[in-house]
Design a protein around this ligand. Structure first.
Ligand SMILES: [Zn+2]
Length: 147
């Protein structure tokens, strides 16, 4: 048990705490740092779980990435892929649906693809989620080459 960020050995409590919360091995320092980021930028815990899952799969991302207008939960910048976690079981109004479409369109015009992934999927099917994101990244990379 060593920290994914600094390789420092973890004691059982630190291990338990960070596994329970983020499904990742983090020492107290890095756990606190990530926790602060989650609180400050209001990103969902699933973004952190996915971030470390992708990192373990060799896909580096950026947590709480500021795109100039808003904070994106997780971004894979080399293929301009933005990932937003959906958590609320919300009742959609036409206004929120339109405003979400508009923000997706704006990002798309700038070359960004936006993926919306339910938090529960990340918690319960992390491996399948990551494999699909890997496929999407490969597709995006192929498209970038064509253009
Ligand atoms: Zn650490």
């Amino acid at each position: 048990m060593t920290c994914l960020e600094c390789k420092k050995p973890l004691n059982y409590l630190d291990h338990r705490q960070s596994m329970d919360r983020f499904q990742a091995e983090l020492c107290k320092t890095h756990f606190t740092r990530v926790e602060r980021l989650v609180r400050r930028d209001e990103i969902p815990e699933e973004a952190v779980i996915l971030y470390y899952g992708l990192k373990a799969a060799g896909i580096p991302g950026m947590l709480a990435w500021w795109d100039g207008k808003k904070t994106v939960d997780l971004a894979i910048s080399r293929v301009k892929l933005n990932i937003e976690i959906e958590n609320e079981t919300r009742s959609w109004t036409a206004e929120t649906a339109i405003s979400e479409l508009e923000s997706t369109m704006e990002a798309f015009k700038n070359g960004f693809t936006t993926l919306r992934i339910p938090g529960l999927l990340i918690r319960n099917h992390l491996h399948d989620t990551i494999e699909n994101i890997r496929g999407i990244i490969e597709g995006l990379r192929a498209n970038i080459k064509v253009v």
